[in-house]
Design a protein around this ligand. Structure first.
Ligand SMILES: [Zn+2]
Length: 146
């Protein structure tokens, strides 16, 4: 487990694979199956996963990878998702999308095209079906101190 800490956009940049890293397609869904999708990313382990201690990450239990929007494809239920956002360090500019049926937190993303992480979805790795959560290479981020 890594204990490297970083802030802001460097969190996204530091998790991105090099151009030569092969990408694989992972199937994901919320708990009840209303929302299903695929995500292209490097294989696990090998893909750095962010574990952050800020209020929203710790409450949702997020384990996040940052993938360009085009690497995240809905196969069902996109229109069913609801979004939560709140004032605070991100000034309400980050949306947190979840399934209203089972409550699963699926992903977060900037709701402002010019803001932190725009162009990426922060995907909750806990929703990916082929990932062994015990094998992950975690990058610990001290979001609580931002
Ligand atoms: Zn659901």
């Amino acid at each position: 487990m890594s204990s490297t800490e970083s802030t802001g956009n460097t969190i996204v940049a530091s998790t991105q694979p090099t151009a030569s890293t092969p990408l694989t397609t992972h199937a994901g869904s919320c708990h009840c199956g209303t929302v299903t999708f695929t995500v292209r990313s490097p294989a696990f382990p090998g893909q750095v996963v962010v574990s952050c201690n800020c209020s929203i990450c710790s409450t949702h239990g997020y384990l996040l990878i940052y993938r360009p929007h085009e690497d995240f494809v809905f196969t069902a239920g996109e229109d069913r998702l609801r979004v939560y956002s709140f004032p605070g360090v991100h000034k309400g500019k980050i949306g947190h999308w979840f399934c209203p049926e089972c409550g699963t937190s699926v992903y977060a993303a900037s709701t402002d095209p010019g803001y932190h992480g725009a162009g990426f979805k922060a995907v909750n790795v806990r929703t990916l079906k082929d990932v062994d959560l015990r094998s992950l290479e975690l990058k610990l981020v001290d979001g609580r101190s931002l």
